[in-house]
Design a protein around this ligand. Sequence first.
Ligand code: GTP
Ligand code: SPV
Ligand code: MN
Length: 610
Amino acid sequence: MGLSGTPTTNEAVLGWVRATARLTQPDEVVWCDGSQAEFDRLTAQMVTAGTLVPLNPDLRPGSFLARSAPSDVARVESRTFIASHRREDAGPTNNWREPEALREELAGVFSGSMRGRTMYVVPFSMGPVGGPISQLGIQVTDSPYVVVSMRTMTRMGSPALAAITPGTPFVPAVHSVGMPLVDAAGRHRDDVAWPCNDLKYVAHFPETREIFSFGSGYGGNALLGKKCFALRIASVMARDEGWLAEHMLVLKVTSPQQRVFHLAAAFPSACGKTNLAMLRPTIPGWRVETIGDDIAWMRPGPDGELRAINPEAGFFGVAPGTGWSSNPTAMEMLRENVIFTNVALTDDGDVWWEGMTEEAPDHLTDWRGRSWTPGSGTPAAHPNARFTVSAAQCPSIAEEFDAPEGVAIDAILFGGRRRSNVPLVAQAGDWSQGVFMGATISSERTAAAEGTVGELRHDPFAMLPFAGYNMADYFAHWLSMRDRLTRLPEVFSVNWFRRGDDGRFLWPGFGENSRVVEWICRRLEGSADARHTPVGLVPTPSGVNVAGLDVPAADLAELLAVDPTAWLDEVGRLERWFAQFGHRFPAELRGHLDLLRYRLDPPTGGDLAA
Ligand code: GTP
Ligand code: SPV
Ligand code: MN
């Protein structure tokens, strides 16, 4: 295939694009420039093809609805592979594949996989183009839906390609939906609205920094700048180069005294990052601005502080549960220029999902395109339905969002969805205990990945599906960061999801989480009271500002309680889970586990318990 008139002369890029086209055999190759004209052309083409439904321009200007195949609605962790040369380097929590064997398998499935389709070449930068924390990539894809999504989610187009000069490293990422329109015998088939393949691969070669994704068009499986590059590949770069690539939101908090704090927070998928990133404080005088809602790249800066950027340019957020009461900022952000996927369609051409309004409309078209009424007994929107929208459209976006050098992180929060045990907030005594807090996160499963919703699973640092190398080495890398920084962030654990015996949430959450943010910032200033517990420093009952809040004192006490019996069970669970890492598990974290058990169950009678 000739590539005349290509917008680059970089042989490394051209050679790779040529080789990929030779393998996948598309009808044509199109180089994407990221322009509005390109976006308009592709969306018009997808409307004709039935992939996108244009929404009512009066109600939702510039917006579209996509309905995926019902088999392609979330990340596929069981088909996500880490192909490092040694199995131990992928570790027991990743699906390891021998690189050469996987390469051969991939060559088989990608062979002719784009026949009858267009191969788009999508250059992109994670972080501002040319920034000191940023990285470059190129994704080739046969999905126009992926192209327009990458334009929103990354700095995509000509400036990124221009930055990839000869010798400049870039991460090559090959993506195919895996449904060629012409078979090997030359027979044509009709396209479908959401092409995909039941056979899926989300494959990473961490040592050569390469990504291959086959068979899915959805989210993190297909927008390869996100989980594949910015977390799995970047976590390996970060280990090698002394920085951190994390599943974290980043926000800027301004206190009533005009003091500014930057917080980063890791929660597992669909556990409240977007909500916290767009927090609208309910307490007077506090202001929260958004820097990122899903991924943080953090590097020691020249001043020895931990400097963070959000490498993404947009938000791929969970729609269900997003409403005027839970996240008004997001609702304003979603007024126009949005691609919605797997939400419901209203009869007047707008969108709806569970939790958007208190009452469902009388009639909808559900995410599968079927007629729906409140009596249907199934959700109208898929629980992992998402919106794709530019960060620039977020009313709470901070001016530092685009700052190439990032912001200095003052505190790191770890959280999960826990109906019991984990208190509303606790502060680690030091970095070491903070790393232990990150390593010991468990969370109830959500619809963001395949699996049983509600089931408790260990999800250290909210990175279980995203660490591109051995999780035990990852823990050790986190411990080692204290030697690279002159000012270490304080570390906290939070849990908005604790429930009473009757099953209701004890904490109102959402905007009221600003009260926990306040306590954290006051701790950073040294002005809030705390008491020691086995799991860290917890607010005294009067420590959390509950003025104007309707939380009974008994509930607050329960939110802050640490139950030794339940926690001893937790320690046992952790110990069994950590055992899989063998000798690679850092001794320092084992020490924290022993210390926690000792504090929960001190030997009686002896003065050791004092
Ligand atoms: P990913 O994009 O998958 O990484 O997820 P995320 O962590 O950004 O999740 P998001 O903020 O979109 O949260 C999704 C779900 O969490 C929704 O169902 C929300 O209603 C719920 N949620 C968020 N914050 C709170 C809270 O403070 N309390 C309660 N009870 N639910 C919350
Ligand atoms: C997550 O699952 O953590 C997401 C959505 O942010 S996806 O991009 O599909 O991974
Ligand atoms: Mn995420």
